[in-house]
Design a protein around this ligand. Structure first.
Ligand code: P6P
Length: 333
């Protein structure tokens, strides 16, 4: 029985892969792990704590009704980032504008974090898996000054680390620093994330497609052709594919990472730019997908190459197994 390796031990063990950090990444990922454990605790009790269930009664910049747990999770992550000493500013799905932290220690931070504190939160009240998604960049503004919007609007190729936490049947943290993808499962008995999925690779093929097919009549013909291909009974030995749509991006993405598959949220007549947000949903998962051997595009270009223009910019999103993505892109063209 090999020794259990905790997240901290793993990061220290792989420190050399992260050349310009003297413990900085350890502290940032440690902060994310701490906040995730607290959010996981609240998610596990959401049905019991009346003041958590239900909407906050406000709407965020996305025009979405904010769930109380959304706000609690957002505050929890901001708190650990603000006091961790490595982060000079953040951008979050739940905050209209980015936040440049005050104080000398924070302004000397070299990194910014962009995150969706609780993606899929409409699933909270029906007890379906939800997730946190995060993306870490080195700041481009001078150390010692306040973080700027430019720090937040960097291409996905500039990410130095990215990952997600899945609050599912177990709580998992999956991340990459550009040297592969590794997954850690929270062991509640010791309160530690332990390495459970080393060197994760997205199967090159799969037979699961994830799309809200309610949009099938308002998306482009090429995608309709691809979904028809997935549903053909004898196109290949893998056919027909299975349709699986959880309605929680992190859960759908994680299943595809483990089993192979494709997730699609296209531009439609209702969402002409797509629904998912580039900076704190699409880019971090695209980094992980590519590091695991998969792909992530807008249907027209590699997501990581997009130069962001707005904090809450939306893009059409296709991500998954290489062969499935190749087929989908060929039909979109
Ligand atoms: P729809 C959740 O709001 C989310 O951002 C993703 O987690 C999820 O995949 C998608 O939107 C669901 O959107 O329009 O299918 O309900």
């Amino acid at each position: 029985m090999s020794k259990t390796m905790t997240l901290n031990e793993f990061i220290l063990d792989r420190q050399a892969e992260f050349p310009f950090a003297t413990g900085e990444l350890t502290r940032i990922l440690g902060d994310i792990a701490l906040a995730s454990k607290i959010v996981a605790r609240d998610v596990r009790r959401a049905g019991l704590i009346d003041n958590i269930l239900g909407a906050q009664g406000e709407t965020n910049i996305q025009g979405e009704e904010q769930q109380k747990l959304d706000v609690i999770a957002d505050n929890q992550f901001i708190k650990v980032f603000k006091h961790g000493g490595e982060i000079c500013g953040i951008a979050s799905e739940e905050n209209d504008d980015f936040v440049a932290f005050e104080g000398e220690q924070a302004m000397n931070g070299k990194y910014v974090v962009l995150f969706d504190p609780l993606d899929g939160s409409s699933n909270i009240d029906v007890n379906v898996s939800i997730g946190t998604i995060f993306s870490i960049y080195r700041r481009v503004s001078p150390v010692g000054t306040k973080a700027t919007l430019e720090d937040m609007l960097q291409k996905g190729t500039e990410q130095i680390a990215a990952g997600y936490v899945l609050y599912g049947s177990s709580t998992m943290l999956v991340y990459t620093t550009g040297c592969g993808v590794n997954g850690f499962t929270l062991d509640p008995s010791i309160g530690e994330f332990c390495l459970s999925h080393p060197d994760m690779k997205m199967p090159v093929d799969g037979r699961i497609y994830a799309m809200n097919e309610g949009n099938i009549k308002i998306c482009e013909q090429g995608l309709r052709d691809y979904i028809s291909y997935c549903q053909e009974a004898d196109a290949t030995p893998l056919h027909p594919y299975s349709g699986r749509y959880i309605g929680s991006l992190v859960a759908d993405f994680h299943r595809n990472l483990v089993k192979g598959g494709i997730y699609v949220y296209p531009d439609t007549t209702l969402h002409p730019e797509g629904k998912l947000r580039l900076l704190y949903e699409c880019n971090p998962l695209a980094f992980i997908a590519e590091q695991a051997g998969g792909q992530a595009t807008t249907g027209r270009m590699r997501v990581l190459e997009i130069k962001p223009e707005k904090l809450h910019q939306r893009v059409p999103y296709y991500t998954g197994s290489k062969n499935m993505m190749d087929k989908a892109m060929s039909l979109l063209k």
